[in-house]
Design a protein around this ligand. Structure first.
Ligand code: HEM
Length: 103
């Protein structure tokens, strides 16, 4: 059995964390330390997507839901996407845009 609209639904659901973060940033609602919030949020998402992606193969073997393989690449790419955001947040927002440290 392969649910028809599951893939686009999962795709949109995977974008929710970054959309929520962008919306909060746009409204300046990320609290007193926005860089820390963005780093922690993207770091946690990276870890979650990595674990979900790595659990697909054992899960499909145990459950015999072989169609789960179709979602592994997309979830892995989202892990990479959030990992890039996490790394860029550290590199760009946390380090490079702090000119005071070079004085
Ligand atoms: C697969 C790669 C990575 C994963 C899964 C990951 C995951 C995480 C997680 C789960 C947190 C803590 C979030 C929390 O406490 O709520 C975190 C924090 C952090 N990560 Fe990563 N991370 C990765 C790679 C990196 C890289 C490459 C850098 C930068 C070179 C980086 C920089 C940081 C920093 C600066 C923090 C905040 C630490 C703190 O203030 O306590 N991470 N990361």
């Amino acid at each position: 059995m392969k649910p028809k609209y599951l893939k686009p639904a999962i795709f949109l659901a995977c974008l929710l964390p970054v959309a929520r973060l962008a919306w909060k940033a746009f409204r300046a609602a990320l609290g007193a330390n926005p860089i820390q919030v963005i780093t922690f949020s993207t770091g946690t998402r990276t870890l979650v997507f990595l674990l979900v992606t790595l659990s697909i193969t054992p899960l499909r073997r145990l459950s015999k839901l072989y169609w789960l393989i179709q979602y592994r690449r997309m979830l892995g790419l989202f892990a990479f996407f959030y990992g890039c955001l996490h790394f860029l947040t550290y590199l760009w927002l946390d380090q490079i845009f702090r000119p005071a440290q070079y004085l």
